[in-house]
Design a protein around this ligand. Structure first.
Ligand code: PAF
Length: 288
């Protein structure tokens, strides 16, 4: 596992690139079992580079940038058994230098959901992801499906700006009770942790309703909201098309049920991607 801290260190990736497909797993560190599953998935595809960088540009002024957990030694220890080929962990000045203010403008998939509630968030994500793509030049990049809108917004950028790489959305890793793994779960104590399961329960209820034949999106969203009653605040609970994240009245084809809610000190998101057709209802991936 080669630790790369600077742009100059990235030159060592050239030797790696000669040996096979380079697969990037971008992260902000605070690695948990879900990230490790992404690294495993990447290892099935090619030679793995994990990036670790807490990107200030994607946090709003009142968000948790300052308290976001940072512990590179812990992250390297967590990665060691999987032996990724390289870890890129740049400092803030190394990554951004003295920026002039150029950034990537997200496309329409960023308009709703988290994009509407976190102004500037996806511009920050796309800018750092574009920089990582340019610096590392991967053949494939693996992202967690839990951040479903992020995956689709990045996909739109890759298409529109002609990045030459393939995107893979890896399935969400869950606790036994269904809670999606997230670095922010560490903010959850006893009772909040118990309530947090309402997000995945709500998504399971939507799937069950679809299996029973319900197709009316207003009814399905109401069912989702009912399950979220124990959360402190429901930011959104929507069923939208994939990949465009458009509103629909009738659930059919590939759809995403997406939810964001505040539970105690943690803002949690989760989603389920479903294919709905005459054969039935099956959980599926965002990308073909
Ligand atoms: O999903 C994340 O951890 C971040 O948004 C990403 C893609 C690493 C960009 O900072």
């Amino acid at each position: 596992m080669d630790l790369l801290r600077s742009r100059q260190d990235l030159e060592r990736l050239d030797a790696l690139r000669a040996g096979g497909r380079l697969v990037l797993v971008p992260t902000m560190g605070a690695l948990h079992a879900g990230h490790l599953d992404l690294v495993r998935r990447a290892g099935e595809i090619g030679l793995v580079v994990v990036s670790i960088f807490v990107n200030p540009a994607q946090f709003g002024p009142d968000e948790d940038f300052d308290r976001y957990p940072r512990d590179l030694d812990h992250d390297l220890e967590a990665l060691a058994p999987l032996a990724p080929d390289a870890v890129f962990a740049p400092s803030l000045p190394e990554m951004y230098g003295a920026p002039s203010g150029v950034s990537v403008v997200p496309g329409p998939r960023a308009d709703g959901l988290c994009g509407a509630l976190r102004p500037g968030h996806f511009a920050g994500v796309l800018t750092v992801v574009a920089k990582l793509f340019n610096l590392i030049r991967p053949d494939v990049a693996v992202f967690g499906r839990k951040d479903g809108q992020q995956c689709l917004v990045i996909d739109e950028m890759v298409r529109d700006l002609d990045f030459h790489l393939r995107l893979v959305d890896a399935p969400t890793t869950r606790e036994d009770d269904g809670l999606a793994l997230s670095s922010r779960n560490r903010y959850l104590g006893g009772e909040d942790r118990r309530r947090a399961v309402c997000l995945s329960r709500g998504l399971a209820a939507v799937k069950a309703a679809l299996e029973e034949g319900e197709r009316d999106v207003a009814g399905l969203e109401a069912r989702l909201v009912r399950e979220l009653a124990v959360a402190d605040d429901v930011e959104y609970a929507k069923i939208l098309t994939v990949p465009d994240l458009s509103r629909i009245e009738h659930a059919e084809g590939k759809v995403i049920a997406a939810v964001a809610a505040q539970v105690g000190p943690a803002r949690l998101i989760d989603n389920m991607v479903l294919n709905v057709d005459e054969q039935g209802v099956t959980e599926t991936s965002l990308f073909p």
